[in-house]
Design a protein around this ligand. Structure first.
Ligand code: GRG
Length: 298
């Protein structure tokens, strides 16, 4: 697919994800209006929708229906939005800017931010559970389990715990990789698999290369995030730049230096794209998405 074809596809998935989220989130006029308003504030009108794009690209590859992919895409984006709301709170990263807007606890208040994250997370599981998705009910239970594992203490929340514990510490490259694979990587990997599993059964041979790709794409995403935090600016990122160094957080940049971290991103990109080889040319969108993750500006 040409670069502009990819851009058009990306724009259309971003747009349909925004619309699907707007439809699935409770209306801000419904009580409790304050909480519903905050949920919509946190989840709508921003973000690259990388996780939704990965779910759609993987699902298109396996032949999944677009409306199932919309639901899966919304579920992963809602988990992601919840993680950002909680991560920005004073008890965690304590940030005031996200997606170019005041963070939820600043715009609303801390208690509302906590509840917003909670409610976004539970809505994600409701969306996965309330309508048929995937080849069978048993496969749908697998999908719900997959997201729960990716978001929980053996996935994103566990990675966040390691991230908080690592502040001011020297950690090894292996420990950093483990942390990143969980904090950011687990949900990205799950996004790929959930999209695929809207049509592919649990024994489908496509799942193995897709899982390998998802794992590499997750790590890749975080390496690039570390680089952007160190080299970009707040206006471009829409969130506070340079926070990792300010907070004395171990990152690929602090461990390897900027040039080597950038080189690592390029080599992970090549590995991720190579993982798609068994899937043939129809995996082109995923390959282009991986390149987008590396070459993005925010
Ligand atoms: C609070 C349980 C809990 C987990 C938080 C992922 C995470 C764990 C915190 C986010 C903090 C952070 C900035 C991590 C770096 C990688 C990351 C997730 C960046 C933001 O994701 P993007 O760039 O954001 O996909 P957009 O706004 O485009 O959706």
């Amino acid at each position: 697919m040409s670069g502009s074809g990819f851009q058009v596809w990306m724009g259309s998935i971003q747009e349909r994800t925004e619309k699907a989220l707007a439809d699935l989130l409770p209306d801000a006029a419904i009580a409790p209006a304050h909480l519903h308003g905050a949920m919509r504030y946190a989840a709508l009108g921003g973000g690259k929708r990388v996780r939704a794009l990965l779910a759609h690209a993987a699902g298109e590859l396996t032949g999944a229906a677009a409306d199932s992919l919309d639901r899966v895409a919304c579920a992963v984006e809602l988990i992601h939005a919840y993680s950002l709301v909680h991560d920005d709170m004073p008890c965690m990263d304590d940030d005031v800017l996200r997606r170019g807007k005041p963070t939820v606890h600043v715009e609303y208040d801390e208690a509302t931010a906590l509840l917003t994250g909670d409610a976004l997370q539970t809505l994600a599981f409701q969306i996965l559970a309330e309508r048929p998705l995937g080849p069978s009910a048993a496969e749908q239970l697998d999908m719900i389990t997959l997201l729960a594992r990716a978001a929980g203490s053996r996935g994103m929340a566990g990675g966040q715990a390691l991230d908080l514990a690592a502040v001011g510490q020297q950690i090894s490259r292996e420990e950093l990789e483990f942390m990143h694979l969980h904090k950011t990587g687990a949900l990205i990997r799950a996004s790929v698999l959930l999209g695929a599993r809207c049509h592919a059964g649990r024994d489908d041979p496509m799942l193995e290369p897709l899982d390998r790709f998802g794992k590499l794409a997750g790590l890749l995403f975080q390496v690039v995030d570390d680089v952007l935090d160190a080299q970009s600016d707040t206006a471009t990122l829409g969130k506070t730049a340079g926070k990792d160094a300010d907070h004395d957080k171990p990152t690929y940049v602090s461990l390897l230096g900027l040039a080597e971290a950038r080189a690592l991103a390029e080599s992970l990109l090549a590995e991720a794209q190579a993982a798609l080889a068994p899937l043939g040319p129809s995996a082109g969108r995923l390959a282009e998405l991986a390149a987008f993750i590396v070459h993005r500006k925010f």
